[in-house]
Design a protein. Structure first.
Length: 83
């Protein structure tokens, strides 16, 4: 089953980004980043070193660094009481 991929230029990939679906290398077969995982500095270094022109995903961005919002339904936990 063929997915409708979205092409992401490397210049648009930023540290802290997360996606709703896996992100693949330009071949569309080999996975670069799993769904929901955060792009770290070493990911950015690798794609620059390997001269990857673009990545592919059939998802969309769900977070980008400090601008990312907390998903609905998640609240800060209260401290546990000592027994």
């Amino acid at each position: 089953m063929q997915k409708d991929f979205t092409k992401i230029n490397i210049e648009n990939i930023k540290e802290g980004m997360r996606f709703t679906a896996p992100v693949f290398f330009e071949d569309g077969k080999n996975m670069f980043l799993a769904e929901g995982k955060t792009i770290k500095p070493y990911h950015l270094s690798a794609i620059k070193r390997w001269q990857i022109p673009y990545l592919l995903t059939y998802g969309h961005v769900i977070g980008a660094g400090e601008d990312a919002s907390v998903p609905e339904g998640l609240e800060e936990l209260e401290p546990l009481e000592e027994l």
